[in-house]
Design a protein around this ligand. Sequence first.
Ligand code: ADP
Ligand code: MG
Length: 428
Amino acid sequence: MKILVIGSGAREHAIVRKLALDAKNAQPAHALELYAAPGNPGIEQYATCVNIEATDIVRLLDFAEEEQIELAVVGPEAPLAEGIVDRFLERNLRVFGPTRNAAKLEASKAFTRELAQQAGIPSPYFEIFTDLTLARDYVRGLAGPIVVKADGLAAGKGVAIAQTSEEAEQVLHALMEEHTFAGAGDTVVIEQFLVGREVSAMAFVDESGYVLMPLIEDHKQLYAGDQGPNTGGMGTYSPVPFVSEEALSRIRTDVFDRILTQCRHAGIPFRGVLFAGLMMVDERPYLIEFNVRFGDPETQVALELLETDLLTIFEAVIDNRIAEVDVRFAKDAALCVVLTAEGYPESPRKGDLITGVAPTKDQEFVYTLHAGTSRANDSTALVTHGGRVLNVVGRGDSLAVARQRVYERIQQISFAGKHYREDIGTRA
Ligand SMILES: Nc1ncnc2c1ncn2[C@@H]1O[C@H](COP(=O)(O)OP(=O)(O)O)[C@@H](O)[C@H]1O
Ligand SMILES: [Mg+2]
């Protein structure tokens, strides 16, 4: 079977790796012809990388038709928000991911806040503005912290937690007047600041039902102890120790059941992975946001624990029968630590030589995934090529064992400016 995975991060590396290993370990083993667009040097171990950007929908469509791709899997949010799934479906190509309408759950925070409110999902108090003067007047009456969000996609940089109303006004000015995120900040959502602990809940979703994956905690700040600037995520682990069975059942009933019912009523059925970013406040989940695809770096941990064949799940979701699939996760612990480049997240340096990541150095329960890497010109040498360079993923029968494996493996990897958090999975 010919499969195309769209994207170039460690998330896509994890997806491709899981598909390849599942095929190899199947009884009987079956062959997959894997392609990735654009992929990365780590993905090359399993798939043919095709030099087409994830947002170049026209060329992706042409490639899929010419190569007779039988299943496409979309990793990142940008092409989903652009309607890549609708375009593939129009051409009768099988594709895993939500349609453009359903992708609005991630692509518009204002739309989603209103939909979630209609659905009765516990949420922070919020107001939506399209007028700078009105938004300014509103924040002037508020005490900090004040959460100001650009409505549209902003590559994880569109949210500010302002400590004072003056700071909030500056953020509003940047978003709505200077257009720092182009049109994404023309509409803003101003929210109540919630105090609690964040957790990521991902589910495989179709119109027959949904399957929740194990809950995962991400570590967003750059430095240990949750210090420093926010990032795209510095590390993840599962299982999380701070969500009770009762709270988990509320995540199902109050968040997933409600949003999916509301989507059906609104005529926007969802197929793909739905990711809820939640703030647990006194054992109750409050909605921070939805993403309409696999999280990064959550996926790295979720797929390490997933025992069921991933292709079986993708095909079931496309055919609207996920409710019939027995999806199993290992009871083990898994951990993912992100290695970042000098200067991340502000202005990551590229071109630093990387050593120690050869797949031969990996073991069954600890391995590296590539994100921002590339091959140096005219050589096979690996160099840094983005802010989040590599991930190390490990597993064990306890978090302590997984941690030990990951941090030992990290010591074998070198590049100038290498940075990572030493405290992933240690917050009790
Ligand atoms: N209402 C809120 N209260 C407290 N913290 C919030 C709130 N909304 C967002 N945050 C924090 O800001 C981060 C980014 O916000 P989010 O809505 O997830 O946007 P994005 O991931 O698109 O940048 C969250 O992970 C959370 O840490
Ligand atoms: Mg988020």
